[in-house]
Every structure is written in structure tokens, then in C-alpha cells.
Design a protein around this ligand. Sequence first.
Ligand code: 1PR
Length: 523
Amino acid sequence: MITLLDYGAGNVRSVVNAIERLGETVKPVSGAEDIRSAEKLVFPGVGNFHSMMRILNEKQYVQPLTDYLAENRPFLGICLGLQALFDSSQEAPGIRGLGVIPGVVKRFDVDLSVPHIGWNGINIKQPSRIFHDLTGDERFYFVHSYHVVPENNEVVLTTTDYGYEFVSAVRKGNIIATQFHPEKSGQTGLSILKNFLDRNLKASLPKVVTRKTTLSKRIIACLDVRSNDQGDLVVTKGDQYDVREKGDVRNLGKPVELARRYYEEGADEITFLNITGFRDFPLEDMPMLEVLQETSKNVFVPLTIGGGIRDYTDADGRNYSALEVASEYFRSGADKVSIGSDAVLVVEEYLKTGRKTGKSAIEEIARVYGNQAVVISIDPRRVYVNSPEEVAHPVIETRFPGPGGEQYCWYQCTIKGGREGRDLDASTLARVCEELGAGEILLNCIDRDGTNAGFDIELINLVRNAVTIPVIASSGAGCVEHFYEVFSQTKAESALAAGIFHRREVPVGDVKKYLNGKVDVRM
Ligand code: 1PR
């Protein structure tokens, strides 16, 4: 029996699924007694240090938790569950951590995009049973903006490099805690969890040369999902956002099956976009929640869900906040939520008033679940102009002149799946969303969507240079070479594709095989 400390602000479903996949049963903590009586305690912490400590204090879990840890009983902390062990965090000045391991938690101070999102390696510093059967060369999934700085290096179990060497796992007796997410690190991560659960294993120290670890580029499979005219939830795909073919919604397969196939082919993340979410209320659209619940049973890499993340009023006049909608998705197995249309409206309002309300979907979800859980999906399209003076938006001189020979263009944001153009450009949207607390940009491109013509390199460079958070390049991938092109000609941290995977033109694995040796990818 594994006791799981869920303080209600993160995707613990994946940890439950991973532990149950290993044949163990999970008992969620429902009160302080469950902590006291736990045989093995797993604490997956996602989100924000302040809200985590506030909830632990409100639930009066702090004392039983520190008692449990003081008795040196088996404990596995994950991500924020590692950071909680320390005295304090720069993420929440004045808020005390559990203070079980002396030291503090600091924000990355690097000339790289933060959060640190993706697959990175580890350098193992001391033997542990969790490394049983590992080579030491494996990569694990990280998604964090802060890292622990122990006062005493004796607790350092592994380190990782991201701009500089940081501590990525600690061990103090039977207390083990990792910054990376074993439940999101594929089969390698399941091995770490299995080894933690098996107390009969001897400590091992894989023989691997200490080296500077690197963050790999991520290949993300994207599933645009909607109901077809028969009411079935299908994976569809637009051609420049038009998903209909001979009048019917293009049906390219079942969401749960395709997600599992892409995971098994080596996708580093899976993104579901509920493309009619802007008009259907997703919490009534239960199939999307079921898709997430089903998918997270067999897919152990990060899941992002977008579509319809905004405030709602249902038919009975009941209001639902974007945070409530997002919380349902997190509880169903999502690690990140993607906000599209609502982000445009929020930024337009902010630019008009110059004031942050603190109540926008971006700010509310980032406050509870952390910046790294908030992705902004941008749906821009090119608007050609003859000279930069024609518009008050950032304009680029393009290598691809417009239909009238125009040499310049700007990228107009759209909402409602490209149906409505707005007086806002993509780089301003991205920059302001970062300021409001977003942790990542999903940069689509209507002109390239579904065309197999390759990514819009000019758009990606424009937006990537406007923000310090990671950017996912999306739209237009038609062959393996296009992935090399986007990674060699832009600083995008990941590349997303849909059509070539759904139409079985290019398997995910072939993209990685082609990139291996040219670009740092997780094989
Ligand atoms: O506005 O918050 O409700 O979110 C709606 C979400 O659904 C947004 O992320 C928006 O991009 C997406 N969406 C809305 N309508 C469509 C459509 O196609 N009619 N999908 C749509 C846009 C973008 C990617 C696509 C890539 C790669 N699709 O998901 O898969 O462009 O395509 P490719 O590799 O086939 O070229 P909200």
C-alpha cells in the first residue's frame, strides 16, 4: 500500500496510474492519520510553493509530515514535493518550508528559457536502489523554474546541467526526492518508481562518466479533437484550420488510441486541443475529460489540454471560472493547460487599462498550478502590407512576398479557431502573456497549418525573440527535414506536428531517428 499525499493542486492521477501500473495499490491521504500510518509515502508536488505550503498548513499536514520524515520512513518527493523539504523558496518569500533538509530553493538565473521544460540527463553522485538496472545515461522529464540548493552536499543524489549544474535529486536516509517527474519520464521513470517501491533492492551506482547533461529538443504530437456530425469525439485535422472534407468533419482516428501510439513511437509530449471548446462548455463535454483519464492510464509523458479554458456561465446561469475548468482537466490527468482565445481577450484588456486584474485565467491558473502549467496557444495569420508604416504592429520584411508582391507582413492574432481576427499581433500577445505568468508558448500558424509546407521560420524567430519562456513551433511539418530546419534556424525548444502523424506519412520515431546526431533528441 502506497500512501499518496495529494494537496489538490496538481496532476496526481499520473502518479496513481504509474504506481498502479507497477502492481501496487494507492491510498490517497484524507487526513493527518493517513500520513502517520503510511508505510511508504509519495508526495507529488506540482505548482506553486506558496499555495502548496498554505494548503499543507490549512489541512494540518505539516506536523504529521515532519514527524514522518523525522522517523526516517520511506518517502519519495517529486518536483515541488522535493522543494517542500527545504527551509524556504524564492518563489514564496517569507513562507516556511518543512525544513527537513537545510537549504533554500532558488529561481534559475540562466541565459536560457525558464521554466526548464523537457528531457534532461542526470549525473549520479551516490549509490541508491532507485538506480537499479539504469545505465545512468537516461533522460528524465523536468518542468520547473526553481531548483533546490542544499547547505550540505551529502544529500545530493543527482545533479543536472541547465546553464549551470543544479541539484536534481536528494537523498537523506530513506527520504528520496527528485526534481524530475518519474511518472512523466516514460519507461525509465517507471523504473525509478518501481525501484523506490522495492525496498529489497541493493543500492547501485551505474558506471557512467560524469558529463555535462543537455536538454533535448521535444517532439510533440498534437491531436485536434472535436465531435463529428454523428456526435463521436474524433481526432480531426484542419487545412489552414478548415477541418471539413466534402462537408464532413475529417476523422483521423480515436484520441486515446492515437495518443498511445504516439507515446509508444517516442513522442516527448502529447497535446489535445478541443477545437470547439470556444463554444461548447468543456465540463459538459465530458468525453474530453474521459479521453484524458483513459490516456493517462497508458501514456507516461506530459499531457497538455487546450480548448475552452475560460470563464463560463452554463444554461442554468451557474458561473464557472477558467480555474475551475482547468482544475477539472488537471484532476483528469493533464499536466499543462493551453489557453487560446481567452488569452487574446485578456491581453487586449490589459493593454487597454495597463492594469493586471490578478483574476485572468492566466494569472489564476499560474498562481495555483505554477507558471509551467500554463501554455498560451497562439493562432496567428499573416497580414501583408507594402510598408511598415501602414500598421502599428511589429512588421517583418518577409522572404515570402504577399499575393500583391507585398514585402512586409505582420502576424494577426485570431480567436475562435481562426474565425475572428483581432487588432493584436502574435509577438505582443506572447510577451504580455509571459508577463501575466504564462510558462510556455504554443505557436501555431494558420497559413502553414496542415499544408506540409514547413514551419513559418520567420514567425517563430519573431515570437521566440520576444519572450524568455519556451516556445513550441507548430504548423506545417511535412517531412523529417522540416524538424531539422526549425531547430537549426530558430531557438524553438520543441516542435509540434499533427497531420503527418495522423495520416501516417511520417512516424514520430522516424523524426527522432533523422534528428539523432544532428539535434539533441531523446531516443
Ligand atoms: O481558443 O482557448 O478555446 O482553444 C482552441 C484551441 O484549438 C487552440 O489551441 C487552437 O489552436 C485550436 N484550434 C481551434 N480551431 C482549430 C482548427 O483547426 N479549426 N486547431 C484549432 C489548430 C493547431 C495545431 C495543429 C498544428 C499542426 N490546430 O493543433 O495541429 O497547426 O498542424 P500540422 O502539423 O498538421 O500542420 P481556445
